[in-house]
Design a protein. Sequence first.
Length: 364
Amino acid sequence: MKQNNKMMEHDFVAEKIKRLREKSLKNKKAYSKDKLNKPISYWTKKERLKDQIGKEFTIILRTKGCKWALEQGGCSMCGYIEDANIKDVDSEQIMNQFDYAVSKTIQFIKNDTNNYILKIFNSGSFLDESEISKPVREYIYKKIAEIPQILEFSIESRLDFITQEKLDELQKYLPNKYIEIGMGLESVNDHIRNRYINKGLKFKDFLEKLQLCHNNNIGSKVYLLFKPPFLNEKAAIDDCAHSIKEMIKLNVQTISINPCNVQKGTLVEYLWHSHRYRPPWFYSLFDCFNKALNEKDLKKIRILCDPSGAGTNRGIHNCLRSSCNDKMKTHLRDFILHQDLSRLEQIEYDCICRIEYQLKFPYI
Ligand code: SF4
Ligand SMILES: [Zn+2]
């Protein structure tokens, strides 16, 4: 009976996600040719590199979209499919998107004294043939190999698409770059990951792909979701702190913490509208870092966290005073750039909402 209830709970979540997704994509208009020849976005900014402070050059490509989202509705917090084309995007157009971002930025990079990490995101899986074909991947790799200021190259992919062949390809074209593949594990807990986040991914499969990356000298970046739906503040801290510790034990190179934010067309948005979800508090995130990390671990791993929508009611926030959230954002950024926990210890919690938080969550 208990088993049946659990099944129903999962079916309900998965079904609800599918229906919400269908509804939100129903009236989606096709992108113009001009739009498909340019990336969704690109930028440069300060970022923590493996052994130094440097800069990131990020390019967001517009592709067909994440297969998991298109076929199964996707993950409960993810609205990236809203930016995707849904229909196939020509290889040539994707190459044009990449070239556009590079041509607009390359001179700036060349004149800069900083080293760079190039992050290419496509709101899905870079290694999925239906989003980015082999000729496009090879084209991109060859171009990156020619830019010496780029020391690190980062992409992300669902596990199914990470294969020996694709890792060989990366090593072949980019022998002198540090390569990292981002994998959305979200939590080490199978129940939270699959029933609350609808990730469709088993921990044992993750371990297999992690090993494959290690064997091929490819770095691993693991995404963890901070405060998935259906977890309260305390459970979110415990789940994420536990997941961080497990990732350290597994020797992943980078852990990227994503404080959950409310994206369009998602189950999280549905719950948020009906007052059954609130994005996490900054206080909780810092508590989680303090519980999970120590100076010794931070010499071994890199921790990243660059929350979307921070300080707004759709993103991680304390109260909604900008003075309060700006202070939190500054300290978070400082901590990430320097990988130094003492930066979090120095924060003075002087906003009135600190008392509200302590009264609401006396056990944290
Ligand atoms: S989080 Fe990743 S796997 Fe999940 S729907 Fe979004 S892009 Fe797809
Ligand atoms: Zn406040």
